[in-house]
Design a binder for this molecule. Sequence first.
Ligand code: FES
Length: 406
Amino acid sequence: MSNEKKNYTEQELRGMSQDELAQLGTELDEVTVAYRKERFPVENDPAEKRASISVGIFFGIAIIAAIAFLGVYLFWPWGYKGHGESGQFLHAVYTPLLGLTSGLAILCLGIGVVMIVKKMVPEEIAVQNRHDGPSDEVDRQTVTALLNDAWQTSTLGRRKALQGLLGGAGILAGLVVIAPLGGAIRNPWAVRHEMNYNGDGTLWTSGWTLHDQGVKLYLARDTGAIAEHHEGQSGNHWETKGVSRLVRVRPEDLSAAAMETVFPLAENDVNDGDRYDPQRDVYENHMHSIHGPRNAVMLIRLRHDDAKAVVERENQEDFHYGDYYAYSKICTHVGCPTSLFEAQTNRILCPCHQSQFDAMQYAKPVFGPAARALPQLPITVDEEGYLIARGNFIEPVGPAFWERES
Ligand code: FES
């Protein structure tokens, strides 16, 4: 810093005009202004108005987008809706709308600020020597004066509407960033729906939880059957009557060292075997079960000799039925389907990040990032010889989440 500044008392500084302080500031900071030109030296220049309007448009859009964001965040129906449930579309566009409105608010605020600098702040080329250390009183006052000078010469000082728009857009865009923190204090489980194939809307329930309500649940395989297309006098339509997407599984349906993906099938939705009725329409319920996010289960039949060497988990010793073991298919790492069963080693592999689980040891992780065993479903066989759930999972399936206790 130049030694000159030491000679200025606070009183002297106060006695200086803003222009003098701004001038002094550039000198003391050893700033050389090589070129400077005010954009609108004459008040109410039509070009100034045009610049002001175009900047104002962006701040206006930023304000509208920020208000829209807050409206969506506070009032849009955001609760989980399963596939095919009414209101599913509104649920699906909740997150995209948040991203769209918040992005637009911040983008337009940014464009508006850049336009102020480009269109209204004086053009200037200045060169300054670099200094270290904190600023003293003289620096602080002169810098303030320089900033005031920039404010006035940018014409923002006399553009009250633009000031309001800038302030409003700044505050609302700030709220766009801060408001989502409200999600941290809102209880996401406060609104639950009735228990169905999707559970009750919480992460610790699934279609298998229906068992806790006395519903008999079969282990059912997905046949892939689809609605049938009909053409008639009434026009084209798809017929789902008599189409059974899920059918019950018997132990003998699986050969040794095989794996089959199964889903919960409630007693009332059975439409196969000797209970088949071509007039019944259970297709939609079957699809709800298949789409239930925590429903997929791997039914594994171990080779008999391998099954003799199985290590059971404490309190799960009777969860298997003979050589048959049922593990949740939802990876405990981040929830991918652990779709691959390697029959030679009895290992289950998750293709997402290569976690491996040992089917011979209660599906505990033996490789990769997953840290918890795949939950095991207690199973047995009913009087007709079909595989059924003997209970619900005793722990939440899938990856860890805040409220889970194990
Ligand atoms: S989700 Fe399975 S390993 Fe990552």
